[in-house]
Ligand binder design. Structure first.
Ligand SMILES: Nc1ncnc2c1ncn2[C@@H]1O[C@H](COP(=O)(O)OP(=O)(O)OP(=O)(O)O)[C@@H](O)[C@H]1O
Ligand SMILES: [Mg+2]
Length: 437
């Protein structure tokens, strides 16, 4: 199968960022480059009325969740009329705004009071949006885990589809790893995020009714104030195979650079496809490089292909590790993580580990102190270490501020900052890790 590509003139995203958007089929509006699959008519069974007619929608929503049902006006007022300076980000399916709602109800709250939320307003040019919205409501409404973002509620009114999440103050892993001007994430934080994200995926795969996430990538890993990773975006999630079935057959959706090769080739989806994507993200964390980067020389644009030869070779490993870490990483940890990533990226899906195994491998890598650059050993993961990362003047933790609630260095590109708030200085979470419920 050869996915076709559409191009777009839109978006504030850079070209490399744009290519990391979720593949989809039915948008009519110019969008960032996306992959479309063969079966563009998949959603033809979704009659227009299921997009605009609430009664049918209410049948489609699985019972049992504890979600708040917001009115459009509630959310309009919670986000200050979807003000551009409340914009947290834009994805393939809509824009995300910061807002405030009542502690318990659905009414909007004054800025800085009640609960801080992220409100995703889906584009409504295509039926695809409804399907995504419904999947999100149905999966996140039922699944609860410390490494999944919490869905607080939704709005479904006429042709409006919105989702209301807990606000994640440190934004996405993508921003921390790749945004121009962002300070390099310390090694220990990368390992913490890798473990948290792995725990989230393991939880999904090990659920009584297993779920395949299908869109694991850095922009879908959100971070709370302590860098706890939380998976967001269940729009493409699928129930795993049932009975003696080995896979689910789907059209190919996901994101270039993250989707497992056998899934792209056959449309056969298994939980091992998520494991492959996890391997890609782990590699991005090790290298500080994007899975696909058209701005690099031709042999380096595809991260997995470029990195494969280094992953299993101790002597070459240092060439792979993010230069911006300046040697502030555990040698043993880097080796183990590289081997793990290699394992996850096995071409044969059956050779990939289970996410539970990934969790077990990452858990002991959390506190290693054998720094590659030993002159920095005693201070690794400390505030002074972070200071050195920034500009060598020891003031990194003073150079951060909140922009729309995201931690940004002052010299980084920022959007409007009407909600500027100082973040507490960096600290490691004392939280213990476990596999989760
Ligand atoms: N709960 C949240 N709290 C804080 N910021 C969020 C939250 N949800 C999303 N965002 C921000 O909004 C951005 C856009 O999210 P969205 O999921 O719509 O798109 P994306 O992940 O970048 O791309 P894609 O369409 O492929 O999923 C995210 O990258 C993140 O920066
Ligand atoms: Mg997303």
């Amino acid at each position: 199968m050869t996915p076709t590509t559409t191009t777009s003139s839109s978006s504030s995203s850079s070209s490399s960022k744009a290519s990391s958007k979720t593949m989809t089929t039915t948008f009519t509006k110019p969008r960032p480059p996306t992959i479309t699959s063969m079966q563009t008519s998949l959603f033809s069974h979704l009659h227009k009325s299921s997009w605009s007619g609430t009664p049918i929608v209410s049948d489609e929503i699985r019972r049992g969740g504890n979600l708040r049902i917001f009115s459009y006006l509630d959310l309009k007022s919670a986000t200050r009329n979807f003000r551009p300076d409340s914009l947290l980000g834009e994805g393939g399916f809509g824009s995300v705004y910061k807002g405030w709602v009542d502690e318990t109800g659905t009414a909007a709250a004054r800025a800085g009071t009640g609960i801080t939320v992220a409100v995703k307003q889906l584009n409504h040019e295509g039926l695809q949006g409804h399907k995504e919205w419904l999947a999100e409501v149905n999966f996140l409404g039922q699944l609860h885990h410390p490494n999944l973002v919490k869905l607080i509620g939704y709005c479904c009114e006429d042709d409006q589809r919105l989702l209301v999440y807990e606000f994640m103050p440190r934004g996405s892993l993508e921003n921390h790893l790749f945004r121009k001007g962002a300070m390099p994430l310390p090694w220990a934080t990368r390992m913490k995020i890798a473990l948290g994200a792995a725990q989230g995926l393991a939880f999904l795969h090990e659920a009584v009714k297993p779920v395949i996430y299908r869109d694991f990538k850095t922009s879908n890993i959100l971070l709370d104030s302590e860098y706890t990773a939380k998976l967001s975006d269940f729009g493409l999630a699928k129930d795993g195979p049932e009975g003696d079935k080995t896979h689910v057959s789907t059209r190919v959706m996901g994101t270039y650079g993250y989707a497992a090769p056998e899934y792209v080739m056959t449309g056969h989806l298994t939980s091992r496809s998520d494991v492959y994507s996890f391997g890609v993200v782990l590699l991005e964390m090790l290298t500080g490089r994007r899975s696909m980067d058209k701005n690099r020389p031709s042999g380096e644009q595809n991260l997995v292909e470029w990195a494969r030869p280094y992953l299993n070779d101790r002597r070459k490993l240092f060439r792979l590790i993010d230069q911006r870490l300046e040697g502030h990483y555990s040698m043993k940890g880097a080796q183990k993580a590289a081997i793990l990533s290699h394992h996850c990226l096995s071409r044969d899906p059956k050779s990939r580990p289970l996410m539970g195994d990934v969790v077990d491998t990452l858990a002991p890598l959390q506190d290693l102190k054998d720094m590659a650059n030993s002159s920095h050993q005693s201070t690794s993961n400390s505030l002074s270490d972070r200071s050195r990362y920034s500009n060598g003047n020891g003031s990194s933790h003073h150079t951060h501020s909140y922009h729309n609630g995201y931690l940004s260095p002052h010299n980084g590109p920022v959007r409007g900052s009407s909600n500027a708030t100082q973040l507490p200085s960096y600290h490691q979470s004392p939280r213990q890790y476990s596999r989760g419920p």
